[in-house]
Design a protein around this ligand. Sequence first.
Ligand SMILES: Cc1cc2nc3c(=O)[nH]c(=O)nc-3n(C[C@H](O)[C@H](O)[C@H](O)COP(=O)(O)O)c2cc1C
Length: 239
Amino acid sequence: MVADLREMQENQRVSEIRIGKLEFEEEKMKTMILNGSPRENWNTALMLREAQKGAESVGAETEYIDLYDLAYTGCRSCMACKRRGAVRCKCFWKDDLSPVIDRIFAADALIIGSPNYLGNITSQVYALMERLHFCALSYDDYSNYFQGRVNVGVILSMNAGKDIYEKWYKESMARQLEPLKGLKGAMEIYACCDTLQVNDYSRYNMAGFDEEHKKRMREEQFPHDLEEAFSMGARLSKI
Ligand SMILES: Cc1cc2nc3c(=O)[nH]c(=O)nc-3n(C[C@H](O)[C@H](O)[C@H](O)COP(=O)(O)O)c2cc1C
């Protein structure tokens, strides 16, 4: 009788483990991919599409959004997220960005891309960071309300060559991106440098650029950048 009971309990335990495992296997990693360039098929976007393929190669479910298609601003300082009893980590402003913020907090990984504009990330990416950061910030003790973990990959693209990036931009851009550390996951930044800005430089007043050099970089360097983007998407979507 006691032996039967033990066997029943053991069988139940095994089936619980099996059910648990099945449920776990069905739960896919979720990776959000956000394009912070106004151009939807250029350098930043191409890099992000590769990161998306990388994420999908390890079985993640992905969502790709062009931020410039959304209507939103930076934080309006409405203070709704600081009201007593308010749900934490929620931006209450009713526009296109608030549902995206909800999904970022619920994701496992976020890959965000931005061209370098005047040594900064684009205003669209900055506006998103203001909103994401402020609704997770406690004004009681400046702690972070966010209890989850979202890995973050940032893809920067720019005219500057790698040497100029290292010398002028690397440190300051990493500092600008620091609010994303509030997502508490692993964080990586990859810079895609010396990009091709237009297909035919002869049609523009762009004598400051060496078209041949730009085209060579596109043919020789850019494929490596795309491979790096793919690996980043895969790496951050499985840990
Ligand atoms: C408004 C504006 C400002 C820019 N400022 C810089 C800059 O300060 N440094 C730089 O290296 N490239 C700068 N660029 C070039 C872009 O960063 C570069 O062309 C980038 O690869 C564009 O990304 P996209 O092809 O995804 O649009 C600027 C471009 C624009 C349109």
